[in-house]
Design a protein around this ligand. Structure first.
Ligand code: SAM
Length: 269
């Protein structure tokens, strides 16, 4: 497993024992836990996970690393290695429901962290806790408050369904090779129901994406362009929701996005 890391697969391997121990501690592993590790790579986290959990599924896209891990764990039936792209696997089929929910642990390849986050969001009912290493900028966006430049689509869409907490920052020197940016470990705990009622979730997604699609434009213009309703109706809809259309999308709270979504969802019925 000593081949050179592949940049296009985001291979920045963890080499800092202290950080590895902190990630494992953040996962709060119980002996009965079932864990999914995305991108186990050379196994920096994997050995600890295999030791502490009762079941471990590893999804690794690099065939060479996946086959090395399959060899390493061939005598451990509780560890399953899946040589696949995490964005292509059917997670519900692969994992199946376990009563206590799966935990997810990953030092994610940064080039696909956003699509992976949305995949995990779609499959949230499978999970009880997720501990993910992300590029710091991505993590900052997740935990941002409304009104600031970091607040965006991922903050709102993931914030609807997860309690997210910034655990700790990780310096580039903790990896080999060193990434150019700082990283952050974020924990996610799925909520039993959405933080606020949004009506149709599809409408909520479209409202949020539309509101952030053109950051320099007013909310009103963004929503007119988002094809959510007749553009001539947008001003009245925002007024009915008590929201000034001259505001920018990034100033809206989750509750305000939800109220627009509820209104539009009712109109569609
Ligand atoms: N967990 C290891 C560690 O902490 O040292 C490796 C983390 S490295 C940042 C990301 C890992 O994800 C690499 O092993 C890479 O091959 C793997 N990977 C990249 N794209 C993937 C994908 N689409 N599906 C699954 N694994 C992927």
């Amino acid at each position: 497993m000593s081949r050179r890391p592949i940049k296009s697969l985001g291979q920045n391997f963890l080499v800092d024992r202290n950080i590895i121990a902190k990630i494992i501690a953040s996962a709060q592993i119980a002996p009965t836990d079932s864990i999914l590790e995305i991108g186990p790579g050379r196994g920096a986290l994997t050995g600890h996970l295999a030791q502490q959990a009762s079941r471990l599924v590893l999804v690794e896209y690099d065939h060479v690393l996946a086959s090395g891990l399959a060899d390493l764990y061939r005598d451990k039936p509780q560890v399953k290695v899946v040589d696949a792209d995490i964005l292509a696997v059917d997670l519900a089929q692969l994992l199946g429901n376990v009563e206590a929910g799966w935990k997810v642990v990953a030092n994610l390849p940064y080039n696909i962290s956003s699509p992976v986050l949305f995949r995990l969001l779609e499959n949230r009912s499978l999970f009880s806790r997720m501990v993910l290493m992300l590029q710091k900028e991505v993590g900052d966006r997740l935990v941002a408050s409304h009104g600031g430049g970091d607040y965006g689509v991922t903050t709102v869409l993931l914030g609807l369904w997860f309690d997210m907490r910034r655990e700790f920052i990780v310096h580039p020197a903790s990896f080999h090779p060193c990434p150019r940016v700082d990283s952050v470990v974020v924990s996610f705990v799925p909520l039993p129901k959405p933080r606020v009622e949004v009506g149709s979730e599809e409408t909520f997604r479209r409202v949020v994406k539309g509101a952030f699609a053109m950051r320099r434009k007013t909310l009103s213009n963004c929503l007119k362009a988002a094809d959510l309703a007749d553009p001539g109706d947008i001003a009245g809809i925002l007024q009915a929701c008590g929201i000034d259309g001259q505001r920018r999308g990034e100033t809206l709270s989750l509750e305000e996005f939800a109220s627009i979504s509820r209104y539009l969802s009712c109109m569609a019925v």
